[in-house]
Design a protein around this ligand. Structure first.
Ligand code: ZN
Length: 227
């Protein structure tokens, strides 16, 4: 159901973009504007709330020896969406059917949307993946058990993945903070975008669904990189 919803949301956003252009549903997507220097436009990946699990927590939530079921490879090398979902519970409420992403990690990490934090009654910081120190916890409920996390709930900081060679081509460095300028009816500039460059990264910018909706960004949207 969550995937159906995402597909529907994508269709709605794309239809809205066509409508606002005044050229009807058959209007082609605007041709991606190549950045200065002839570089390829950076693809946009839109992330919904999701969960990365440790082996120990997987065993508790789904049963000892359980293995994740891959349903889709993600653009970042080795990363994949799983069939498995969990319920996130906070002091004020719960979110059901939250997707688990693989592979397993050293520590469980729960990435929520800012809007989710109000429903859950949790105040997560905006952080890069893996930077969990001092973040709040939550309860995860799976088919075989429940895990109470002391920490690990964050809102993902927007970022751009790229190889070291691509970083050199774009003239940016790993860890650098840049901005992204979007055109269109809900145009705007998103600042505080972290560059994640090096091994294991494939060219793609990651924003969450709230950021995407705020600026009517779809997976076909292009943007201008501002250094
Ligand atoms: Zn990412």
């Amino acid at each position: 159901m969550a995937q159906d919803y995402e597909a529907l949301l994508k269709q709605i956003l794309e239809a809205a973009a066509c409508y606002s252009s005044g050229s009807g549903a058959q209007a082609p997507a605007p041709a991606p504007a190549a950045p200065a220097g002839g570089l390829e436009p950076i693809p946009v990946g839109i992330s919904n709330r999701h969960i990365h699990l440790s082996q120990a927590d997987l065993d508790v939530l789904f049963g000892p020896g359980y293995e994740l079921t891959k349903i889709k490879d993600l653009k970042q090398p080795g990363q994949f969406a799983c069939k498995e979902t969990l319920t996130i519970v906070g002091p004020k409420g719960a979110l059901e059917k939250v997707r688990v992403l693989g592979p397993l990690r050293k520590a469980t990490q729960v990435e929520v949307l800012l809007g989710d934090s109000f429903k859950l009654g949790i105040k997560p910081p905006t952080r890069m993946s893996g930077d969990l120190a001092g973040s709040p916890g939550c309860t995860l409920v799976g088919p075989a058990g429940t895990v109470i996390l002391a920490e690990g709930v964050i809102v993902a900081q927007r970022h751009i993945h790229m190889t070291a060679a691509e970083a050199a081509a774009y003239g940016v460095a790993n860890g650098q903070i840049v901005s992204m300028e979007f055109d269109g009816p809900r145009c705007g500039i998103l600042g505080n975008v972290a560059i994640r460059a090096g091994e294991g990264h494939s060219l793609e910018c990651h924003v969450d669904t709230e950021e995407a909706n705020a600026l009517a960004i779809t997976s076909k949207t292009t943007f201008k990189l501002i250094k």
